[in-house]
Write a protein of this length. Structure first.
Length: 173
């Protein structure tokens, strides 16, 4: 009888230990999730800082942007601006916009995965997507390598901005 009581007590103690271990594991996973979100935020900030610093230190895009803003009052919303660029300027701008598309795709992925606060996704990231959309259209840059949810967001924004439709495969109509 004493062995039975001892076994029950040991079993109860072991079960309690497992329960405490699970609670600590959940706490640790939650803590790691918070750290991961902080790291992602820091990496986003670092990327933007590096980009802005490169522009401030004589980035090749600033003269192109100044030229376009001087020539077109509503740049980039006014279409036809790429026609005044030299071949080299247009190519530089295309590379810049491909880099922006990569950045926006990454930002969107982080939003979909819940790694970025929803208010940043709704406001900042969607606004960056909207501001880049006219440039993408003007340069013929499609979203064929983007996630379907990103394409859907671009379809909505294109409609709101009065641009031609974006097809389900990410190409422009």
């Amino acid at each position: 009888m004493n062995n039975d009581k001892l076994n029950r007590s040991l079993s109860l103690g072991a079960n309690f230990g497992v329960l405490v271990g699970l609670i600590l594991l959940v706490y640790e996973v939650h803590q790691n999730s918070d750290l991961m979100r902080a790291q992602i935020s820091m990496e986003r900030a670092t990327t933007n800082i590096e980009l802005l610093a490169s522009f401030a230190n004589g980035g090749d895009l600033i003269p192109i942007d100044v030229k376009l803003k001087e020539e077109f009052e509503d740049f980039p919303e006014t279409l036809g601006w790429s026609e005044i660029l030299t071949g080299e300027e247009k190519r530089r701008y295309e590379f810049w916009m491909y880099a922006r598309l990569t950045e926006l795709n990454n930002d969107w992925f982080q939003c979909v995965e819940g790694l970025v606060p929803p208010e940043i996704c709704r406001n900042e990231i969607r606004d960056n997507m909207r501001r880049s959309l006219h440039r993408f259209y003007e340069l013929g840059i499609s979203f064929t390598r983007s996630e379907s949810s990103f394409i859907v967001a671009m379809q909505e924004l294109a409609s709101l901005e009065g641009l031609p439709e974006v097809n389900d495969d990410g190409t422009w109509q």
